[in-house]
Design a binder for this molecule. Structure first.
Ligand code: HEM
Length: 393
């Protein structure tokens, strides 16, 4: 089987937008990913994306940020700040867990931290299942663990959340409740449109599990990388203060250098010739090396250098391809990364910036006695631990 690797910015951009290339990165991760938005193609993808997109309309996250995201971040980090130390991986997950559960449509019964821990455990397991292609562990063993986690997740979170939503939808159908009063989340949207989408209970379960891990893993991962890069860079830039605007630039620069998904992968459904002349035969696997393309010197000056203040060409986002592109472009870009608009009042900071700004304000710095460690079980560049201490300056 032919494999073609694209590592130039323009080739990857074009490949993302080429209809005859279909998702193939998650073929091994079917235990979580089968029939999920990210693996659908063509009309099926278009239909599902249209239904789910409604939740992610422009302005929704600006509203969330104004209303409750600052408080949610503060509440999540306070126990760690009070303890004087914590692990950034855990802090990141805990903070985004509640948020992604909300987006997916998984109700919490209480504020009990044990519930957050359970969601965190499920998200980690689902993420391991989804990215099985990169796992160095025994694949069958991981699949069995994911199936067991899926069952627990279903009983503990999905079934009660679903029952509540089905009762509300029944009220809407009986004319007793206004459509606008339904929860705005993925689960409600899927239940409300299940006939049009032609989806089964298993698909609904996997889609919610997929959202739980897609939203949390990448965001938590972006937090550790951005924090690490900031700690390193700010040592040489003592004049820099962690204002949200600068931290947002740092988030984008860290995403460029350490995209949560270092590669995207597609299969060619027809022969394709890219504008650069690269020929892709039908059936070939196309590996889009986002890590390399984000370091393309024809697009980014001094590409290996971490420079949050860099200039980038007008049609190139600061994060390069970190949020993907084309039909599968990340639906959560605005929630995680915000909107880098310069117009006054237009800016949305995004959860990674909100989290890091709050942590730095609380005096977070790497624990001098406990260095960070990369995950030994993944070929992806993820921190498994990132101990920090909180010291008020
Ligand atoms: C820093 C954080 C994030 C990064 C770096 C990221 C990255 C990505 C990338 C690269 C893709 C495209 C993959 C491909 O084309 O194969 C993607 C798709 C997706 N992301 Fe994100 N993501 C982030 C946060 C989120 C959040 C917060 C959510 C939801 C709550 C989310 C939900 C999704 C979904 C549903 C898709 C599939 C879209 C589709 O297939 O149409 N992501 N993400």
């Amino acid at each position: 089987m032919t494999t073609i690797t694209l590592d130039r910015y323009a080739d990857v951009r074009e490949a993302f937008r080429t209809h005859d290339l279909r998702q193939s990165l998650y073929d091994a991760g079917g235990v979580v990913m089968a029939d999920c938005l990210l693996v659908l193609h063509g009309q099926e993808h278009k239909l599902r994306r249209r239904v789910e997109n409604r939740l992610f309309r422009r302005g929704t996250f600006r509203h969330w940020e104004k209303e409750f995201l600052h408080d949610l971040v503060r509440e999540s980090i306070t126990p760690f700040v009070e303890a004087g130390k914590g692990d950034l991986v855990e802090i990141g997950y805990r903070t985004v867990m509640n948020l992604t559960a909300m987006v997916a449509g998984l109700d919490r019964k209480s504020d009990d931290p044990a519930e957050t821990d359970a969601l965190y455990r499920f998200a980690k397991k689902f993420s391991e299942g989804a990215t099985l292609v990169h796992s160095t562990r025994d694949h069958e063993e991981v699949r069995a663990e994911v199936r067991a986690a899926m069952k627990e997740f279903d009983e503990q979170f999905l079934q009660p959340s679903r029952a509540r939503r089905e009762a509300l939808i029944a009220k809407v159908e009986a004319g007793e409740l206004d459509e606008d009063e339904l929860p705005r989340d993925v689960l409600t949207a899927l239940l409300r449109n299940r006939e049009e989408l032609g989806i089964t209970d298993d698909i609904i379960r996997r889609e919610c599990a997929f959202y739980l891990q897609a939203g949390s893993h990448s965001t938590a991962n972006a937090l550790t990388h951005t924090a690490h890069d900031w700690f390193t860079w700010s040592k040489d830039h003592p004049e820099a203060t962690p204002e949200p605007e600068l931290i947002q630039r740092c988030v984008y620069e860290s995403l460029r250098l350490h995209p949560a998904s270092p590669v995207a992968q597609r299969r060619a459904m027809a022969p394709i010739t890219l504008r650069s002349g690269i020929e892709i035969p039908e059936g070939a696997t196309v590996v889009m090396d986002l890590h390399a393309a984000n370091r393309d010197e024809t697009v980014f000056e001094r590409p290996l250098e971490y420079d949050p203040l860099r200039e980038v060409p007008e049609d190139v986002p600061r994060w390069g391809h970190a949020f993907g592109g084309g039909m599968h472009a990340c639906i959560g870009t605005e929630l995680a990364g915000g909107v880098p608009s310069t117009a006054e009042g237009e800016r949305v900071l995004g959860t990674v910036t909100l989290m890091l700004t709050a942590l730095l304000k609380a005096g977070a710095r790497p624990d001098p006695n406990d260095p960070p460690q990369l995950d030994p079980h993944s070929a992806r560049e993820h921190f498994a631990r990132y101990p920090v201490v909180f010291e008020k300056q």
